[in-house]
Each structure stands twice: as structure tokens, then as C-alpha cells.
Design a protein around this ligand. Structure first.
Ligand SMILES: C[S@@+](CC[C@H](N)C(=O)[O-])C[C@H]1O[C@@H](n2cnc3c(N)ncnc32)[C@H](O)[C@@H]1O
Length: 217
């Protein structure tokens, strides 16, 4: 699948590929309604649309919205791409599958940046500024039997993600883990991450986790 990413938009990376694999293996009902939260280039939205799903994608970045629309056109698929904050543009809607690769990198900032490429990864001091909101908001959007697939670094806490989704009534489990080498962002803040106890000085890789959560009733 050929995708373009306009400047400042997150180019698909290991986390995107891991979630795309989980999406590929998920059984979708005919005419499934799929939501991609934080769509970036639209990689996951396009992957779902290529499986015949009716797809809605959301991003807070205008450039990401344009990019995702462009990639939908290049793939000759109709995707509804909306600009807004997480699930706000689709509140009241329901979906068979929600996917998200949100910002999850811990860093020395109390709030996410208001603009710029770092909005794709910065997630506050514990890496959970967006993850905790997603765990609260997404369960409301799932139809009975609906599934949520989420990828993030284990550095930002697999246990609170599973606990948050279970507290919202979902059956949640870790589907997959993969070790990936630190990218430039983690390398650039390795001493801060060491001071805060996230990593050790000699660490060179982090673990990504794919979480699957299902609304059983
Ligand atoms: C890690 S990137 C993932 C992009 C794409 N889904 C992928 O897997 O390649 C995270 C995306 O979330 C978007 N984002 C950040 N904060 C957001 C928010 N509050 N609401 C919606 N999207 C947000 C960013 O603009 C970025 O495109």
C-alpha cells in the first residue's frame, strides 16, 4: 500500500505495522463500521477500507486530515475523515471496530503540544495523557461484540490500560508484544527517561504492546 505523508504528519512506523497486522487478523462483520482515532496518514483507515469496511477517521491535525483524505483517494476508497479531539467528532456513533495508535511517549512536559509533529508522540510525564482519555471514551462507541485494538509502548503502562478498559466493562487482553529499537525521540531523552525510572542507561529497545478489548454485551 503506497501512502504519502505531508510534512509534519506521522509516517507509518513499527507501531502502525503492528496494529495493521492485528487489524488484518480481526474478523469483521459484513459492512463493518470502523473508526480510526488519531489517523495521521490514514494508514490504518485505508487498510480497513480495503477490507470493505465503512471507515471514519479522526485527527486533531489539519495536515493529517488532508493527508488521510489524499491517501483515501489514492487507494480509491471512500473514508470519512474528520478533524477533532479524539472521539468528540463521532460522539453518539457506534462502531464494530475502533483502532488507535495514539501519542504515548513519556516526556518532560505537562501538556501535549498544541501544534507541530511532536503532537503525534508527546503524551505527558507518564505517557498517559491521551491513553487514559481513550480508555474512557472508546468503550462508549463500541457496539455489542465491538472490538477496540490499541497499540502503545509498555513504557507508558500496559496495566493501567487493561485496568481502564476492564473498568469500562470490556474484556481486555494483550494480544501481542514486540521489541523495537529506540527511535530518535526516545534516544534524545534517554537521560530524562533514566532519571524518571522508565529505562536503564544501557537499554536500546522498548516493547510495544497491542491491546484487544471487546464489548461482550
Ligand atoms: C502516533 S501518530 C499515529 C498515526 C497513524 N494512526 C499511524 O498509526 O501511523 C498519532 C496521531 O494522533 C494524532 N493526535 C494527537 N492528539 C490527538 C487528539 N487529541 N485527537 C485526535 N488526534 C490526535 C496526531 O496528530 C497523530 O496523527
Amino acid at each position: 500500500m503506497k501512502l504519502i505523508a505531508l510534512p509534519g504528519v506521522y509516517s507509518p512506523q513499527d507501531d502502525t505495522a503492528l496494529l495493521a497486522g492485528a487489524l488484518h487478523r480481526e474478523v469483521l462483520p459484513p459492512g463493518a463500521r470502523v473508526l480510526d482515532v488519531g489517523t495521521g496518514s490514514g494508514a490504518l483507515a485505508v487498510a480497513a477500507a480495503l477490507r470493505g469496511a465503512e471507515v471514519t477517521a479522526v485527527d486533531i491535525s489539519r495536515t493529517a486530515v488532508w493527508t488521510a483524505r489524499l491517501n483515501a483517494r489514492l487507494a480509491r476508497r471512500r473514508i470519512r475523515v474528520l478533524r477533532g479531539d479524539l472521539t468528540a467528532p463521532v460522539s453518539g456513533g457506534t462502531f464494530d471496530l475502533v483502532v488507535s495508535n495514539p501519542p504515548y511517549v513519556p516526556g518532560p512536559f505537562d501538556a501535549p503540544p498544541r501544534r507541530g509533529p511532536a503532537r503525534s508522540w508527546e503524551a505527558g510525564r507518564d505517557g498517559r495523557l491521551i491513553l487514559d482519555r481513550i480508555c474512557r471514551e472508546v468503550p462508549r462507541l463500541l457496539r455489542p461484540g465491538g472490538v477496540f485494538l490499541l497499540v502503545h509502548s509498555a513504557l507508558s503502562g500496559e496495566t493501567p490500560t487493561l485496568a481502564g478498559l476492564r473498568a469500562a466493562g470490556l474484556r481486555a487482553e494483550t494480544l501481542e508484544r514486540a521489541a523495537v529499537r529506540f527511535g530518535p525521540v526516545l534516544r534524545s531523552r534517554q537521560s530524562w527517561l533514566c532519571r524518571e525510572g522508565f529505562v536503564h542507561p544501557r537499554d536500546e529497545s522498548e516493547e510495544l504492546v497491542v491491546i484487544r478489548a471487546e464489548r461482550t454485551r
